[in-house]
Each structure stands twice: as structure tokens, then as C-alpha cells.
Design a protein around this ligand. Structure first.
Ligand SMILES: C[S@@+](CC[C@H](N)C(=O)[O-])C[C@H]1O[C@@H](n2cnc3c(N)ncnc32)[C@H](O)[C@@H]1O
Length: 296
């Protein structure tokens, strides 16, 4: 069995630089456009509303939402990705507030109508309590009745499709990826993670970075959200609207703040204005209507 170095507990501080964008070239504007289409079909929130893109990266979703008339704030820890986000925003003449900060404790951020968290920007911390702080931050950031979308991995799918190692050429880089799981998925409540080491060879030099994401089951995540005052109302297995299943790549969770939590948040922040009116149609998809259907 191959042995791997254990990712540092603060791997997320170094993993998200320009190399990250080059290693995942398909995570691009076109994909973001389709995902925003899906989001707006599901939640049907008319602009202008205040949107927080938590873990915004290079801003691909922030830019797309802004093009469609939303007032967007993007928050991320990575200075390099934010620099690219700001440059692209200026090039397009858009107006987006980008903040460098930690998603567990967004500085001075509250009163959003919608918080989005795309492409597995959750589960990065070693302690469950630290991951729970991200959900509490989402809850605090929302106005009463505010909505959220979390686009998270599907643990079952990750486990069943895991490719332990592969390599490919991307631009002038030789990219080698090693993936392994830690923890026992069969143990109820066990601490299960997907770990990855990415080695890059380019121009005769080698560098590497690690990733390590806590893999919660959908039920675990739902319960954590509940404790944070977030009610999950819709779940999907992919951005084509397919239902959650063992064969679906994603766990996409949509929902809104719970009334009691909203009242508390409003008291804390002094922001009592209800969230942007949703035009949600009768028959909008709900978790209770399982299996989920494609968005209308
Ligand atoms: C997988 S990327 C997704 C980026 C973006 N949502 C997208 O879909 O392109 C995860 C993002 O989370 C950011 N991130 C990691 N740890 C963070 C933290 N503690 N606080 C805020 N952002 C963080 C990374 O810098 C990175 O941009």
C-alpha cells in the first residue's frame, strides 16, 4: 500500500493559488453560468438582492450573479484568487465587493438575502466544531427568511469512484494526483475524509499541495445545518436537477433560515428587514417531495 504524507491541518491556506486554477481548468465561467442558472431556477429570487459568495475563489459565480443584476459580496481567504477576481471584475466594469477573510468568521458581514457556497468549499477544518462554525456564519449572514445553496461532495459517490492515482498533462504541467480516504465510512458518525496530494512538474521543477475534506453524509450535514438554524428544503444530486443517490456526484442543498434563528440573528445584527421576496412557485420542489425532480 502506498503511504502518503498527512495533509497539514491548515492545508487550505496554501492549496488555493494559481496552480489550483490551472489544475481544474474545467471549473470555469461556463460551468458557473450553468450553476447560476440552476440556482435561480430553484430559488427564483428576483434581483436586486444581496448575495454572499462564501469561498468565492476567483469570483466566477460572483461575476455571473452580478451580470444578472445581483449585489454580490465575495469572501475568500486566498489573496491570489481574490486578486484575479478583482482584476476580472474591473475588466468587465462590474461592481463587486471582495473581502479577504475566513469563512468561519466573515468580518462585519450580515443581512444577505442569499448565501452561496459552490464547489465543495466546506469541510476543510479538522474539527467538526470548526466546520459547524461555517454554517453558523451562513446563518448569521442571512436576513430573516434568507436562502442558501451549498454545493458539496457526495460521500458515497466519492468512495465508490475513487481513483487512487492518476496523471495528466495540463498546459506545460505534468500533474500527478494521489487520493486516499481516512476514517471508517461504516462507523456511524466516524470522521471520514478524502485526501489528495497534487504534484506538479513544470520546467524541471517540482511542487505540490494537499487537500483534505471532511466527508459528511447528507444526514450529518442536514443535522449540522439544523443546529445552525438552517432548514434544508431541497436536495439534488447534480446541477441537472437529478435526485440525490449513490450514483450522483454532488449533494446540493438549498434552504433558508429557520424563523426562530432569523429572529435571533436580526436581534444580534439590528437587521430586521426580511429577505428579498421569493417568487417561489406553487409546487416548488421540496425535500419532502422526494425524489427531487429537475427544476421547473
Ligand atoms: C474549491 S474552491 C471553490 C472556489 C469557488 N467557490 C468556485 O467554485 O470556483 C474553495 C475556495 O475556498 C477558499 N477557502 C479555503 N479556506 C477558506 C477559509 N478558511 N475561509 C475562506 N475561504 C476559504 C479557497 O481559497 C478557495 O477559493
Amino acid at each position: 500500500m502506498t503511504s502518503h504524507r498527512s495533509p497539514a491541518s491548515d492545508w487550505y491556506k496554501t492549496a488555493f493559488r494559481y496552480d489550483y486554477l490551472r489544475v481544474y481548468p474545467h471549473r470555469n465561467d461556463e460551468e458557473a453560468r450553468r450553476q447560476v442558472d440552476f440556482l435561480l431556477e430553484c430559488l427564483d429570487i428576483a434581483p436586486p438582492c444581496d448575495v454572499l459568495d462564501l469561498g468565492c475563489g476567483d469570483g466566477r459565480h460572483s461575476l455571473e450573479l452580478t451580470r444578472r443584476g445581483y449585489r454580490v459580496t465575495g469572501l475568500d481567504l486566498s489573496g491570489e484568487l481574490l486578486e484575479r477576481a478583482r482584476r476580472r471584475t474591473a475588466e468587465e466594469g462590474l461592481d463587486i465587493t471582495f473581502i479577504q477573510g475566513d469563512m468561519r468568521d466573515p468580518p462585519g458581514i450580515s443581512a444577505f438575502d442569499l448565501v452561496v457556497n459552490f464547489f465543495t468549499s466546506f469541510g476543510y477544518f479538522r474539527e467538526d466544531g470548526e466546520n459547524a462554525r461555517v454554517l453558523e456564519a451562513i446563518s448569521r449572514s442571512l436576513r430573516p427568511g434568507g436562502r442558501f445553496l451549498m454545493d458539496y461532495l457526495n460521500r458515497e459517490y466519492v468512495i465508490s469512484t475513487l481513483v487512487p492515482a492518476d496523471s495528466r498533462t495540463v498546459e506545460s504541467m505534468e500533474v500527478e494526483q494521489h487520493r486516499w480516504i481516512t476514517g471508517d465510512p461504516a462507523e456511524p458518525g466516524g470522521h471520514v475524509r478524502i485526501n489528495k496530494q497534487v504534484r506538479i512538474r513544470e520546467d524541471g521543477a517540482e511542487r505540490s499541495y494537499d487537500e483534505s475534506v471532511r466527508m459528511y453524509t447528507l444526514e450529518e450535514l442536514d443535522a449540522m445545518m439544523d443546529r445552525a438554524g438552517l432548514k434544508v428544503t431541497q436536495t439534488y444530486g447534480d446541477f441537472d436537477g437529478s435526485p440525490v443517490s449513490a450514483d450522483a456526484p454532488r449533494n446540493i442543498l438549498l434552504g433558508q433560515t429557520m424563523p426562530a434563528r432569523s429572529a435571533r440573528s436580526a436581534g444580534q445584527t439590528g437587521q430586521a428587514r426580511p429577505a428579498c421576496e421569493s417568487k417561489s412557485r406553487p409546487g416548488a420542489l421540496s425535500r419532502d417531495d422526494k425524489p427531487a425532480m429537475p427544476c421547473p
